[in-house]
Design a protein around this ligand. Structure first.
Ligand code: NDP
Length: 329
């Protein structure tokens, strides 16, 4: 095992934050049963918030942000994991309370780790990342509610982002007719290449409309929140549902109860951070089966650790397309 490793460290000097790439000794790693050589991490929206110090994501300093990583076990005090095994970690407060994935080495509780299913490599695991795993949790939530491929479209909001791109690709692969809502009309061809049938302008959703509108969607996956989620809810058909996972457009929900009580519409909350392990394992197994990996490649760009601050800024401005992977090799 190497004696030192590179990490992106965020420090707090009396309220002034400093972010830098540092060379750290192995003795700086936090406590945990499993030590992992990190291969890849990724920049999710929450990582953007953490790195630019918005939304109080980081709970203790110094912190290595990065809410997810994939890598190879190099040391394990747990009978569940052996050196050489490939693992993925999403959430559990990693990158917030516990040092995260923007480092060449990480140490974590065994119960936080998921073994990579056959068919998903280390780089693909982070091309998926927390955004893609959350997209699959959203798909599973819709399925649990009884939403099946059919005549009406499923709407995906924030479609050109990370959650949105993976959601479009999975839904299309499963046979759903997919409508992709985006504020970036120049990404229409990209979204169609992922499997979207229809492109809808973001502006169709982000202004107040009727509390109950024409039944337009079989269901939805929403990473935007606020007025967008309220509008989508008002347009879901009888018995449909929306899986809500994001707040890229805001945290409020200016809606009425009418879709719920007159159409039996379901509002399904999706959380990836504390999601129980069996559900995570099921989501990763489903990703191995149902995600078209050629489409995943098309939505992924790869960057170095020193590019994380610029990517953090870009993702909060809605300028990152698909998934931004960080190569720690
Ligand atoms: P991205 O930035 O990659 O995607 C968000 C997309 O939302 C953007 O690409 C853009 O899509 C759209 N968007 C951005 N700003 C606005 C705005 N002001 N109004 C309307 N639409 C906007 O982020 P991620 O995909 O990584 O995450 C998406 C959301 O999901 C975030 O809020 C994140 O915190 C949340 N999330 C939640 C998880 C959970 O456990 N519940 C896990 C993972 C993510 P376009 O340009 O196509 O319009």
């Amino acid at each position: 095992m190497s004696q030192s490793f590179k990490a992106l460290v965020v420090e707090d000097a009396g309220g002034a934050h400093k972010t830098s790439v540092q060379e750290l000794g192995m003795d700086r790693l936090p406590a945990g049963e499993v030590t992992v050589r990190v291969a890849y991490s990724t920049v999710n929206y929450k990582d953007g918030l953490a790195v630019v110090h918005r939304g109080r994501i980081i709970r203790s300093y110094p912190m290595v942000p990065g809410i997810d990583f994939s890598g190879t076990v190099v040391d394990s005090q747990s009978p569940e994991f052996k050196p050489g095994e490939q693992v993925v970690l999403n959430g559990w407060g990693v990158g917030e309370r516990h040092w995260g994935g923007f480092a060449q080495m990480a140490r974590a509780k065994a119960e936080w780790l998921v073994k990579l299913p056959a068919g998903i490599g280390l780089k693909q695991a982070m091309a998926i990342g927390t955004a893609g795993y959350t997209a699959m949790l959203c798909v599973m939530a819709l399925e649990d509610y009884g939403i099946k491929p059919g005549d009406k479209e499923v709407i995906v909001t924030g479609a050109a982002g990370g959650v949105g791109s993976v959601a479009v690709a999975i839904l299309a692969r499963l046979g759903h007719a997919v409508a992709a809502s985006t504020g970036r009309p120049e990404q229409a061809d990209y979204l169609k290449s992922l499997g979207a049938r229809t492109i809808v302008a973001r502006g169709d959703f982000d202004k107040p409309g009727k509390p109950l509108d024409a039944e337009r969607w079989a269901g939805g996956i929403d990473s935007v929140g606020s007025q967008t989620l309220a509008t989508v809810l008002s347009q879901v058909r009888y018995g449909g549902a929306v899986a809500a996972c994001g707040l890229a457009g805001g945290t409020n929900l200016p809606a009425t109860v009418l879709p719920f009580i007159l159409r039996g519409v379901g509002l399904l909350g999706v959380d990836s951070v504390m999601c129980p392990r069996p559900r995570r394992q099921a989501a990763w197994a489903r990703l191995a089966k149902d995600l078209p990996f050629d489409k995943l490649d098309a939505m992924t760009t790869v960057h170095g650790l020193d590019q994380v601050p610029a990517l953090a800024d870009a993702i909060l401005k809605g300028q990152v397309r698909g998934r931004a992977v960080i190569d720690l090799g």
